[in-house]
Design a protein around this ligand. Structure first.
Ligand SMILES: [Ca+2]
Ligand SMILES: [Ca+2]
Length: 84
């Protein structure tokens, strides 16, 4: 029982830390601070991560990340994109 509890706690802590890191990344990417990432902000993030990323490549990835298709990436969509 103790072992299972430990593993569970460990996993929870890992997820929490990971989310805090992701939140930082998301906020750093959200240049105008509206709580969403627009295509321009997303393009800037991809360039930071991968270097030379074209606008076309950016929009392909943006469409994948924007699962709701509203033209912005919210934090939840960002988590899904980041972890896939
Ligand atoms: Ca924004
Ligand atoms: Ca969206």
């Amino acid at each position: 029982m103790k072992k299972i509890l430990f593993v569970h706690n460990h996993a929870t802590q890992f997820v929490r830390l990971d989310l805090a890191e992701l939140r930082k990344t998301f906020d750093a990417c959200d240049l105008n601070g509206d709580g969403f990432i627009n295509p321009e902000e997303f393009h800037a993030l991809l360039i930071k991560l991968d270097g030379d990323v074209s606008r076309e490549e950016c929009m392909l990835d943006f469409d994948i990340a924007d699962t709701e298709g509203d033209g912005y990436i919210g934090f939840k969509e960002f988590i899904v994109w980041w972890t896939n």
